[in-house]
Ligand binder design. Structure first.
Ligand code: SF4
Length: 271
């Protein structure tokens, strides 16, 4: 992993995600190595042309004393959209923690989204925000599958322990069931195992992008050959997602769950 310390003009940037006003990406790059990653396009915009996503990490440096937390009152802020705020190297560099500290006092709706158990380290800071929710992103409870598709993110059960601990400490939590792998993601099992400590569920489909299609196809061919024709079909039409959406709605309504489905969107993805 090539580490670069880089000056950033601004660390809080306007978002192109419809429901979010600002995004904070404390790092450029990501260590988690998800085969479906939607953030790889960042290579082109961050001076990393010719490099491989997952093999570099820019540690953003910025004068955080200039941040006025009240400037963001009544807005929404997401950590993060094109990296994970709790990468293994966050332990050493602490960018996420420092930025969070600089925002204490804001009344903004702050959303944290991660695949890492390291998130529990900052419970003391989360408690100092009036309007914060902590989300864990998960696509499976199956550890071997998780190691194939998200090799360096925390193991699924560690993520569930993290969300439980956060909820037990009185914070609002959500589970982002993403990406949804047809024929593999068992959303019912994920929900049944987390109902007691999750306030809200979100669902996102697996998005096929030119750079991730070969990796997803190769993974399916190797580990789930019985799903090859389904995955080929998914790349051609969306009817599977429409049926699945109906099924999820029925399940969530029956369970009385607070949920949101983000299928079929384009142009952005939360990490
Ligand atoms: S955690 Fe997000 S940004 Fe990092 S590799 Fe996975 S999908 Fe990409």
């Amino acid at each position: 992993m090539k580490i670069n310390i880089k000056e950033a003009k601004s660390i809080i940037t306007k978002s192109n995600i419809p429901s979010i006003d600002f995004v904070i990406n404390p790092y450029v790059g990501c260590q988690h190595g998800c085969i479906y990653c939607y953030a790889e396009f960042m290579i082109r915009f961050t001076g990393h042309k010719g490099e491989k996503w997952g093999e570099f990490l820019d540690i953003k440096q910025c004068d955080l004393s200039k941040i006025n937390p009240h400037k963001y009152d009544r807005t929404s802020i997401l950590f993060s959209s094109v990296t994970d705020p709790y990468l293994p190297l966050e332990k050493k560099y602490g960018n996420t923690r420092k930025i969070l500290k600089s925002l204490i006092g804001t009344s903004a709706e702050v959303e944290i989204l991660t695949k890492s158990k390291l998130v529990t380290r900052d419970i003391d800071l989360f408690k100092q925000f009036d309007n914060i929710s902590i989300g864990i992103s998960i696509s499976t409870l199956d550890e071997p599958f998780s190691r194939i598709v998200e090799p360096k993110a925390s193991k699924p059960l560690d993520r569930l322990d993290a969300i439980k601990e956060i909820h037990d400490r009185g914070l609002k939590t959500y589970l982002f069931i993403s990406p949804f792998f047809p024929g593999i993601t068992d959303y019912r099992a994920i929900i049944e195992n987390t109902l007691d400590h999750t306030d809200h569920y979100m669902f996102e489909n697996l998005n096929f992008r030119p750079h991730n299609i070969p990796r997803i196809n190769a993974m399916i061919k190797k580990y789930y050959p019985q799903l090859i024709s389904l995955y080929q079909e998914l790349q051609r039409n969306h009817s599977y997602w429409e049926l699945l959406e109906e099924e999820i709605i029925n399940f969530c309504e029956k369970k009385g769950i607070d949920y949101r489905i983000e299928f079929h969107h384009g142009g952005f993805s939360k990490s």
